[in-house]
Design a protein. Sequence first.
Length: 170
Amino acid sequence: GAGGGVVTSNRAQFLSGIAAIKAVLEGSEGGGLDGLDWDIETGSSFPTADAVFISQQLKSLYGAGFAITMAPNGTNVGAYLPAAVQLHQANALDHYGQQFYDANVSLAAAKGRIAEALAAGLPASKIGVGMALTSPAANGFWSQATCIANMTDIRNTYGITKCYLWVEDG
């Protein structure tokens, strides 16, 4: 999705491409495709209508267990959050996991973004926390102790129990 290289306007072609990828992966040893993560990094816009249509079709074709997820970074949340709300309202969103890395993100800033998502209409059950882990903590990445402390605070405040980690070695 970097640079907006994904074209969603030809919905039939997009769905055909997903079907082809799914078939190839299912034909490989231990492979499969169980979801789609919307990662279209176009800045201030997001193809919401296309994403809703495509996501509903994928759920219809592959079942409710086919995951539709989003993981906006700090600079594109303005485009992603309204799209996530529409996907949720269309029963076509499983997880919205804000990235709290790539910049120095305090617990207060993370909680502010979570409160923003809740106020926009996303339920806590669909919200997750994206953390990057490094030791020692640097460049916006949290240490393991900070991840645990921040997630404990977020869980106690909002009831959010989902998170994902990105670990960068080197």
